[in-house]
Design a binder for this molecule. Sequence first.
Ligand code: ADP
Length: 496
Amino acid sequence: MRGLRFRLAVSYLLFFAVLLGVLGLVFRGLLDKSFSDQSANLLEEEWGALKGYLKIEHQQDIWYFDRFDPEESLIVSRIQHVFILMDANGNIVDRSPVYSDGVLPTPTIAEVREVLRSTTPVITVVRGTDGVEYMIRAGVIPEERRAGSPEPKRDYYVAIGRPMMESNRTVRSFTWRYFALMPFILALAGIIGWILAARALAPVHSVAHAASRIRGSNLTVQIPPRGAGDELDQLIDAFNRMTARLKQSFDQIRQFSTDVSHELRTPLTGIRGQLEVALFTAETTEQYREAMVNALQDVEQLSNMVRALLMLSQAESGQLALQKAAVDLSQIAIDIADQYQIPAEAEGVTLNCTAPEPCWVEGDKTQLERLVANLISNGIKYTPERGTISVAVECRNEDALLLVRDTGVGIPQENLPHIFDRFYRVPGAHTSSKQGLGLGLSFVAWIVHAHGGKIDVDSTPGKGTTFCVTLRRMEAPPPDEGRPKEAVRRQFLIHE
Ligand code: ADP
């Protein structure tokens, strides 16, 4: 596998080579064309001169020019260098040595006739036996007749030409030099491409280098942005954000393990204390029993905590898959509120539930029941005697709202942002007098989040707290769907 730098440089070189090649061919073509046009123009000029100097009378060509004028002599001799005059039957009337020596082929009768028929000049390029290319211009010149001559005027085939030696040589030399120079230009381009590729990839190397330095203990690695605002800066930015997110997750995990060890230590110390009491100071069976009961309570707390932690970690790692179906949030609220009547009475608080109409949501019934149960049990826990917990379900347009309101101790404003954090318990006498792990609301937040909903909390210390869960409402399903049969439901609740 070649490196990216190599591939970049080679692609650049290939592209450059193809571009140079195409450019060379285009220039060569243009040069060729311009020489041909130039020759054609010169031939046209010579043709014009020819018409002035040449007269065909009585099937003979007669050249009228001043032999003592060097300029005219030069023009005529140039015209006569490649020259052939033929009649309509293909008989040669006059020709220059290039034709008589066979350097150029004598036109066939068919070619002669075609030119005589044509109204435009016929220009061809013919390679002579001397290896030189000639541009030939063939046309028609009518015979001159004196007025009153009985014979009709005849048309004659005339061809003149120019050797294209010079232009061919120039094109050849251009082509040769251009393509001979190409390897050097390409070598230079290759070196430049190699250097440019290295420069372009330098930030990628710094990202790779930074990534290789990352360890769980060293997540503060950040690559300074180059400020170019290009794709590589975007890569650097994405990388920096990724390490920041990783750092946050690692910090959370670290914090979590510290919290767990701390939380586990409390009941463990309790158990140890109770057992030590039993071992060293208890004398009567009653004292032993009391120590055992206390130790058992701590064990119970420990196992509750471990179970809750396990569930929370399963939930957050996606192992606790939701079994979504159409569920009636109102019915859930009524059922759970029913179940909590006895604990509420035991605490001396009133628990009521208002859910006047069915309110359907797409959700996991077990988890939604857990959600309602957690909020109600918190309400009961943190509401002093003679307080009230009101549960309500409201269907509002697109939303299904679950409100759990209590007239309890409330939560100070500064503690509100943390109550959904794992193990967070609002510091103070109200909380510490109650048993709890600080995990209930974390689980509530996860359930709401997993259902695509949101949870708001409004609280006034000393007056009470309101939790408001908003879920997306759905159309009521057909009558027998989403309504579990009574027997099944009972069985489910017993399991819970
Ligand atoms: P806990 O097991 O301590 O109840 P939660 O996660 O359910 O844990 O709640 C976190 C903290 O939020 C509680 O310790 C308590 O201080 C506070 N809290 C939760 N619900 C209420 C409420 N209804 N009234 C007052 N404080 C509450």
